[in-house]
Design a protein around this ligand. Structure first.
Ligand SMILES: Cc1cc2nc3c(=O)[nH]c(=O)nc-3n(C[C@H](O)[C@H](O)[C@H](O)COP(=O)(O)OP(=O)(O)OC[C@H]3O[C@@H](n4cnc5c(N)ncnc54)[C@H](O)[C@@H]3O)c2cc1C
Length: 459
């Protein structure tokens, strides 16, 4: 089985980022963007749309899509990003949260329209949360009530019975589900390459293998041996990698998420699994799973695995530890015991999590630096929205987007080590214990370790 190598999506594409040069001279631009993931690339494109005369350059330390953008589960969804109750504390209150919900809902279709469904293997199948125990069933009912309390229309999220879930996808032990049409399944690597090509064709410059070593006031960047001067702005779009920047190790917690893909299933095996509409599926255990039926007929499944590395350390090109590989293989067998689908590739990546689990667009006119991210694992649509907010702010426009509650200073920092490590691992352990308790006990009540963990995590 392949392990790491960025991701299955990256290996399958067989492409390389050889098209994009490394920076080999000093450079002056109007806007310098750090990070060649979806956020950085969308920002470059939207800025060029707003003002074609702007000189915009993206600097990526590795290759396009090296980060989470090239490794994710491929859910292009309108699920809420961050915590509504946290975002409602902003000046726009509840109205701001409803506005962001609307923007996310329309953005999924806009993205597919801009890039072309066939370019990114987009399939509009919705998402399906699957409950496999009585407490999970109670939880999805609670999720529905919560969505309704935020004004989500009945056609955008509804409960399904066990039979209705099984008619969609035959996951073992399904007792019910929550379905929403607001999701496209995509090939995430094709998505990030398509955005890179779009940005480049609009006139933005893209440099790969060009890591930014420091961001200083005075709008200067050190990139390898060269200096880049940004006449107007610097945009930092480094999400889960942000902790590497000097003095910012506690800004965003790089939380790990791991995935595994099987060999292609035969037609007979697909008959046993169903999943004809290619919904994005997700569990509602505390240590949840997520998955998709890939465009090339495989099962891709993901989960937390090893949650966090001490001192915000990062993985090596997506390499996964043996324990996580075993856990994902067991999960696959548990979900689909009717088929023996051999796993062929496992990998992992990091998502950027803020201390209040909610995103930010933090712009500081005094030093020209704008920071954007903190999508906590929901960045495919959010990166497009974040980029549009950044572009409006940088162009000095006051729009509906610049009023959204994501526009705020970065939340307070994470705790220093070893508290951060103990906290992340302790919470994950508590959630795992709660899942086991809930599976054993036939009760609707969420197990106490999870309730306690939610309270500590502020979720
Ligand atoms: C396994 C996994 C599954 C996920 N599944 C989903 C999903 O199904 N749906 C969803 O919506 N979201 C999902 N996410 C989250 C989503 O992928 C991210 O939120 C999104 O891709 C973030 O994009 P980004 O551009 O902000 O960050 P990234 O894609 O992480 O890009 C940051 C880039 O910055 C570069 N960089 C960092 N520091 C520097 C520097 N100093 N100089 C130059 N470059 C630098 C990095 O190399 C990296 O390429 C998942 C994430 C993971 C890891």
């Amino acid at each position: 089985m392949k392990n790491g190598e960025i991701s299955y999506w990256r290996s399958n594409a067989g492409a390389s980022s050889a098209n994009w040069p490394r920076l080999d001279e000093d450079l002056n631009v109007d806007v310098a963007i750090i990070g060649g993931g979806l956020t950085g690339l969308w920002t470059a494109w939207v800025l060029k749309q707003r003002d074609p005369s702007l000189e915009v350059a993206v600097f990526e330390g590795e290759e396009i899509g090296y980060g989470a953008s090239g490794r994710n589960g491929g859910w292009l969804s309108a699920k809420p990003v961050g915590m509504r109750r946290v975002l409602a504390r902003g000046t726009s209150g509840r109205a701001g949260v409803l506005a962001i919900d609307r923007v996310l809902a329309s953005s999924i279709h806009e993205i597919v329209e801009i890039l072309g469904a066939s370019e990114i293997d987009a399939h509009h199948g919705g998402w399906l949360e699957i409950a496999r125990s009585r407490s999970e069933l109670a939880r999805i009912k609670h999720h529905l009530m919560d969505a309704q309390s935020w004004g989500v229309e009945p056609e955008r999220v509804r409960l399904l019975g066990a039979e209705e879930v099984r008619n969609r996808v035959k996951v073992s032990g399904a007792l019910g589900g929550l379905y929403s049409p607001d999701n496209y399944r995509v090939d995430p690597y094709k998505l990030v390459l398509a955005v890179a090509n779009l940005a480049a064709s609009s006139g933005a410059a893209i440099y790969t293998s060009s890591r930014v070593h420091n961001v200083t006031d005075g709008r200067r960047l050190r990139v390898g041996d060269f200096t880049v001067r940004a006449r107007q702005h610097i945009v930092v779009a480094t999400e889960g990698y942000s902790g590497r920047e000097t003095g910012r190790s506690r800004s965003l917690l790089p939380m790990n998420s791991a995935m595994m893909v099987t060999e292609p299933l035969t037609d007979e095996q697909w008959r046993m699994v169903g999943w004809e509409s290619a919904e994005g599926i997700r569990g509602v255990a505390h240590t949840f799973f997520y998955g998709q039926r890939t465009p090339d007929g495989r099962i891709a499944i993901g989960g937390r695995g090893h949650p966090y590395r001490f001192a915000s350390k990062l993985d090596h090109d997506g390499r996964v530890d043996e324990k996580t590989v075993t856990a994902l293989s067991n999960l696959l067998r548990d979900l689909f015991p009717q088929v023996s689908a051999r796993p062929v590739h496992a990998w992992c990546g990091v998502i950027g999590v803020t201390r209040d689990w909610s995103p930010f667009v933090d712009t500081d006119p005094s030093n020209g630096i704008t920071r954007v991210g903190g999508y906590a694992g929901q960045g495919l649509t959010a990166s497009y929205v974040g980029a549009r907010i950044v572009a409006d702010l940088l162009c000095g426009k006051s729009t509906e987007l610049t009023e959204l509650p994501w526009v705020r200073p970065m939340p307070r920092r994470w705790e220093p080590e070893p508290l951060r490590w103990v906290g992340a691992h302790g919470l994950y352990k508590a959630y795992s214990i709660a899942d086991r308790m809930e599976a054993r006990r036939d009760t609707e009540r969420t197990a106490w370790p999870a309730r306690l963990a939610d309270r500590i995590a502020g979720r």
